[in-house]
Design a binder for this molecule. Structure first.
Ligand SMILES: *[C@@H]1O[C@H](CO)[C@@H](O)[C@H](O)[C@H]1NC(C)=O
Ligand SMILES: *[C@@H]1O[C@H](CO)[C@@H](O)[C@H](O)[C@H]1NC(C)=O
Ligand SMILES: *[C@@H]1O[C@H](CO)[C@@H](O)[C@H](O)[C@H]1NC(C)=O
Length: 189
């Protein structure tokens, strides 16, 4: 009986060791080879979000749904916008374009104060060409600075996580045109 218990314990120890080995090799595979170190990248860029055309800008953001039987308004609960916004290195629209922001936001606050963001940053600049970063989060637009999550990425930013802060660098409310400044802190392999 005693020897049976010992071998059972030995068997369980072996099983645990095998499970540990398996989970570490899965983790290594997921990180893309096992010897990659977690890196930190910080970046700042400007997103040009245009709902009303101007002399310098075409429309890059359209409201595509809203509360039934009302005039759709981005600042009203239930409205849904799709956008394809330029990302530039400086606030000036003519500065180097780093990529585009493809996404949607949905007004998800009953008082209209949160444009819930789901965005992919598609980079086309030399450093990050072809890589993407995924954003999710509460964009509480009445706050001067708001923070959303970096939830994933591709290419250079595989398994990315981190955070991004957003500030309105310029805002034209009657036209719903804005330039948003983004600061990203990204951890990736
Ligand atoms: C706006 O659209 C016109 C016509 O397609 C294009 O020539 C121009 O470059 C666009 N402007 C910007 C800032 O993208
Ligand atoms: C980015 O990649 C595309 C496709 O491979 C290529 O055509 C383009 O020249 C690249 N751009 C830069 C800035 O390296
Ligand atoms: C973004 O970073 C700049 C410095 O690079 C800083 O001046 C600014 O306050 C930051 N904004 C936010 C919202 O963190």
């Amino acid at each position: 009986m005693a020897s049976f218990s010992v071998s059972t314990v030995a068997f369980l120890v072996l099983l645990a060791a095998a499970a540990a080995a398996m989970s570490s090799s899965q983790a290594a595979a997921a990180s893309g080879g096992g010897h990659h170190k977690l890196k930190k990248t910080e970046m700042t860029f400007y997103m040009h979000d245009w709902e009303t055309p101007t002399k310098e800008e075409n429309v890059t953001n359209v409201i595509i749904a809203g509360k039934p039987k009302t005039e759709w308004d981005v600042l009203t609960f239930g409205s849904l916008n799709a956008f394809d916004d330029a990302l530039t290195a400086a606030i000036d629209r003519g500065s180097a374009e780093l990529g585009r922001a493809h996404g949607v936001y949905v007004n998800t606050a009953l008082d209209g104060s949160d444009l819930h963001m789901m965005v992919s940053f598609l980079f086309t600049n030399r450093a990050y060409n072809g890589s993407t970063i995924e954003i999710r989060g509460a964009n509480r637009l009445l706050q001067a600075s708001r923070e959303v999550s970096i939830v994933s990425g591709t290419g250079r930013f595989r398994l990315a996580r981190g955070w991004a802060s957003i500030e309105s660098a310029s805002l034209d409310f009657p036209k719903s045109n804005a330039v948003l400044r983004w600061n990203l802190t990204v951890f990736h392999y």
